[in-house]
Every structure is written in structure tokens, then in C-alpha cells.
Design a protein around this ligand. Structure first.
Ligand SMILES: C[S@@+](CC[C@H](N)C(=O)[O-])C[C@H]1O[C@@H](n2cnc3c(N)ncnc32)[C@H](O)[C@@H]1O
Ligand SMILES: [Zn+2]
Length: 173
């Protein structure tokens, strides 16, 4: 079975993938999946992800494993952030980061939206990855679950910010 890159699919978002990242007819097939390598010798994730379940002790009926939002957030947002004026993402260029716009303004963290927050898995993972988050949840009983899940990620990011600031000062000295 031949398979085209997800982003080139007629039902896709129209984003034209760099040819080096594509996995189109002629380049490979499911049968030769192992031979398909992308940038840096790493394969892109395919249309089936094998992700282990993860236990959760809180009172929510449908919590998913953190690996699901982690994969999506890392694939869909920039670690460095976006331009606060036009929303253009920052991208890694060799050893450093560069803006993809001409606004010449420092980036702000990407915002991850979860319209069905549930216990807050996506929001907690977003925070742990240094992204901002916006969650909507119909059931107010889940508010405390969400806060409880986000707290450790928030504390981690605060400690990391303090450590980064100290490191920057010591490098300046
Ligand atoms: C499948 S759960 C999400 C679980 C979440 N991914 C997690 O790991 O905890 C879906 C959630 O969407 C909420 N929900 C359903 N309809 C909604 C709506 N219209 N607006 C906001 N939240 C809604 C439900 O209360 C439920 O908590
Ligand atoms: Zn911009």
C-alpha cells in the first residue's frame, strides 16, 4: 500500500511539507517502512502510534496518557515560542533560534488550547514543555483535578526560570 505524507493528503491542512521530509509514493511503502528515514536519520511518526497506557488515580473517567499530547505539542508548537505581534513561530537554525518573521521582537510561549480539558493532562504537559495553555472544561468538579495536575509542572517551570536566570548572570560575569 502506498502512502503520501499526511500534510499533502487531500483531507489535510494544505501545508506543503519540505520535500526532504515527505514520504510519498515511490519513496517507500508500508512494507518497506523500516527503510524510510527523515531528517537526522529519524523517522517521522506514522498514522498509528503505539503508546502505553498510564495509570491515573484521580476521579476522571477518560484520562489519556501524557505521551499523546506531548507528541502533538512537540510536533505542532515551537519550543522557543512565537512572535507576539504576528504569531510566526521561532525555529532552530543550527545552534541558535531564529524568528520566521521580520517583526524583530522577542518571542512569547506558544499557547496550547484544550477545549475538553478533563483532568488537565494536555494542560499539564503543555506547561511542563514550557508552553502556555488554555483549557475549557464543562464539568466544574474537574477544576481541582486540573489544578492538581498542573501544579508540579508550574513549580518545575518556576524553578527552571530561576536556574536559567542564575546561569545567565554567571555567564555575564
Ligand atoms: C475525554 S474527556 C478529556 C480527558 C482529557 N484528555 C484527560 O486526559 O483528562 C472529555 C472532557 O470534555 C468535557 N466536555 C464535554 N463537552 C464539553 C464542552 N462542550 N465544553 C467543554 N468541555 C466539555 C467532559 O466533561 C470531559 O471531562
Ligand atoms: Zn512577527
Amino acid at each position: 500500500m502506498k502512502e503520501s505524507a499526511v500534510s499533502d493528503h487531500t483531507s489535510g491542512n494544505g501545508f506543503k511539507r519540505d520535500a526532504r521530509l515527505s514520504y510519498n509514493a515511490g519513496e517507500g511503502s508500508r512494507e518497506s517502512d523500516q527503510e524510510c528515514v527523515g531528517v537526522g536519520g529519524m523517522r517521522n511518526k506514522r498514522d498509528v502510534w503505539t503508546i502505553a497506557t498510564q495509570p491515573y488515580k484521580g476521579a476522571h473517567f477518560a484520562v489519556f496518557p501524557e505521551e499523546i499530547p506531548r507528541t502533538c505539542i512537540k510536533a505542532g508548537t515551537s519550543e522557543k515560542g512565537v512572535c507576539p505581534t504576528c504569531g510566526a513561530f521561532w525555529a532552530r537554525k543550527k545552534e541558535t533560534w531564529a524568528s520566521s518573521c521580520a517583526c524583530a521582537i522577542n518571542p512569547v510561549p506558544c499557547i496550547v488550547l484544550d477545549p475538553f480539558a478533563g483532568s488537565g493532562t494536555t494542560l499539564a504537559v503543555a506547561k511542563s514543555l514550557g508552553r502556555d495553555y488554555l483549557g475549557l472544561e464543562l464539568n466544574t468538579e474537574y477544576k481541582s483535578l486540573i489544578e492538581e495536575r498542573i501544579r508540579p509542572a508550574q513549580e518545575y517551570q518556576q524553578q527552571k526560570a530561576g536556574f536559567d536566570a542564575m546561569l545567565a548572570l554567571s555567564e555575564e560575569a
